[in-house]
Design a protein around this ligand. Structure first.
Ligand SMILES: Cc1cc2nc3c(=O)[nH]c(=O)nc-3n(C[C@H](O)[C@H](O)[C@H](O)COP(=O)(O)OP(=O)(O)OC[C@H]3O[C@@H](n4cnc5c(N)ncnc54)[C@H](O)[C@@H]3O)c2cc1C
Length: 382
């Protein structure tokens, strides 16, 4: 059996684990990053991020490489079933406070590839892809057991610190016995990414939340010819029934005919609002989806995960270079209340969008129109 020792082991090389690897590697810390998959996740997930996250990527040194997969996020409007405008969110105009538009849209697999390439180029970072973590022992002095997904070979890994960036079903979180606080949101949605053909299309010029009680749905303008539609699944519908090309074309028919565009990818998800009770046990930390899950209505899930990595990264480096351990206590103190607040705001927006009861939707529309909340305002958190 092979044995490895490192300063920080990062379990999960999604956007959060890769960002953290890069932050630590560029601070001169030895990192081993582990992921069960060889390739980055390719189904549709994050599409929006903010300027603070772009600053993190700039510090890592990949902002220039992202130019072709990032563009400015358009305004977002909420429309009632009768077409009335319920809300309009705008971004602060140029000049931009952080040098980047406050909100950006991007292509997640491409971003993840750039982050991985950057990590591979560092002589401080060793990536073990195609390796699954199958055991975590003694969190006070963490030991991991890794199983090679192809050969079944076992590797023992000891690290001063372990960070679980292993996504919503996190093995590390479960291994630590950490529970989620459930902010009570559970909605199934179909997500479809479409590449438009060369024609001119009569599509909305902004992002739109269609708050239609017969089927809430979302349209997002993404970089280049990429466009996203998200459709709420209705009670009684199944993922298998809805996530089929014929059914997807039916759902897209108000905007597009088959042949005018290509369905690049589609997936169904349940959107949750969850935050881990504890973000650290011994020398093991949690970050990203492993410790919080956010419905996507404000494009904040990955954004908050990258902010976890930025917050935890310099603190781990500081302690590994001799700084006091107490600085690490500030990770959860600083991040958890903020993430909790972001998830709560997102959940409120989700409840506005996801109303299926016609009477309640009508009352919602009347209230929003009467309260003047349909007028333009900044994106929350911008
Ligand atoms: C439809 C949808 C839309 C979204 N839109 C947005 C958006 O616009 N903006 C935004 O900020 N966020 C958005 N999100 C959320 C965002 O996609 C996630 O928050 C983000 O991808 C989570 O990244 P992560 O690195 O924490 O986890 P993941 O990307 O899930 O990575 C976890 C990694 O851990 C690995 N792993 C798991 N277990 C093990 C193990 N035992 N051993 C080894 N490896 C393991 C997995 O293979 C995986 O690669 C959206 C999500 C969805 C579903």
């Amino acid at each position: 059996m092979q044995s490895i020792t490192t300063e920080v082991a990062i379990v999960g090389l999604g956007p959060v684990g890769n960002t953290l690897s890069n932050i630590l590697g560029s601070s001169g810390i030895d990192v081993v990053g582990i992921d069960a998959r060889d390739e980055v996740y390719s189904l549709p997930r994050a599409i929006g991020m903010d300027h603070e996250v772009m600053r993190v990527f700039q510090n890592i040194g990949i902002a220039g490489d992202l130019a072709s997969v990032v563009s400015e996020y358009k305004d977002s409007i909420y429309r009632a079933a009768d077409g009335a405008l319920l809300r309009r969110f705008t971004s602060p105009p140029s000049p931009y406070r952080l040098g980047w538009p406050a909100y950006l849209t991007f292509v997640q697999p491409e971003l993840e590839r750039k982050l991985r390439e950057k990590a591979i180029s560092s002589d401080r970072i060793r990536l073990l892809t195609g390796s699954e973590v199958v055991a975590l022992d003694s969190p006070e002095s963490p030991q991991l057991t890794l199983r090679d997904c192809n050969t079944g070979d076992i590797t023992a890994l000891s690290a001063r610190f372990v960070v679980g960036c292993d996504g919503g079903a996190s093995f590390i979180r479960r291994g630590l016995g950490v529970k989620f606080e459930d902010l009570i949101f559970d909605q199934p949605w179909l997500v479809v990414d479409v590449i438009l053909g060369d024609d001119d299309f009569d599509l909305p010029e902004t992002n739109v939340q269609f708050c239609h009680p017969e089927r809430p749905h979302t349209f997002v303008i993404c970089p280049g010819r990429l466009r996203r539609w998200e459709f709420m699944m209705l009670p009684g519908e199944t993922a298998d029934e809805l996530n089929r090309p014929e059914r997807i074309w039916q759902l897209l028919s108000p905007w597009l005919k088959q042949g005018q565009a290509e369905i690049w990818r589609s997936a169904t998800y349940r959107f949750h609002a969850l935050v881990a009770e504890t973000w650290r046990v011994g020398q093991v930390f949690l970050a990203g989806d492993a410790c919080h899950m956010t419905p996507p209505f404000l494009a904040q899930g990955m954004v908050q995960g990258i902010k976890d990595a930025a917050n935890l990264g310099w603190k781990l480096a500081h302690v590994l270079k001799g700084g006091p351990d107490r600085v690490l206590a500030t990770y959860q103190q600083e991040r958890r209340p903020l993430v909790h607040e972001v998830i709560s705001i997102t959940k409120e927006l989700g409840q506005v969008i996801c109303e299926l009861d016609e009477e309640k939707a009508k009352r919602r529309d009347d209230e929003l129109k009467a309260s003047g909340r349909s007028s333009s305002r900044r994106f929350p958190l911008a």
